[in-house]
Design a protein. Structure first.
Length: 119
């Protein structure tokens, strides 16, 4: 199981760090990803990191502002979000997939955490 937390209300330009904890069987050797879904929009890919920590991939909309990281000893993946914009407002989800870093093919999903960025 996956559990995301750390969302909240922040002003534009501010920062938040999301965390996602996972059970051992889900996390070990899994590529972990973050997705988001804004009101009235489809869910979209945000960032992903290979279990080794070597490979990462970001959506263009967050590149340079968001950083994904993971602590395998704690079965936790993080999403550091800086320079937040109102358009980053969404429910953020973490997910896991076996294999390499991709934007699709995630089999396990956690409950989302809401991030609201005020202008």
């Amino acid at each position: 199981q996956l559990q995301a937390f750390g969302g909240g209300l922040v002003q534009a330009g501010g920062s938040l760090r999301l965390s996602c904890t996972a059970s051992g069987r889900t996390f070990s050797s899994a590529t972990m990803g973050w997705f988001r879904q804004a009101p009235g929009k489809e869910r979209e890919f945000v960032a992903a990191m290979h279990w080794s920590g070597v490979s990462t991939y970001y959506a263009d909309s967050v590149k340079g502002r968001f950083t994904i990281s993971r602590d395998n000893a704690k079965n936790t993946v993080y999403l550091q979000m800086n320079s937040l914009k109102p358009e980053d407002t969404a429910v953020y989800y973490c997910a896991a997939r076996q294999g390499g870093v991709r934007t699709t093919g995630y089999e396990n999903w956690g409950q989302g955490t809401l991030v609201t960025v005020s202008s």
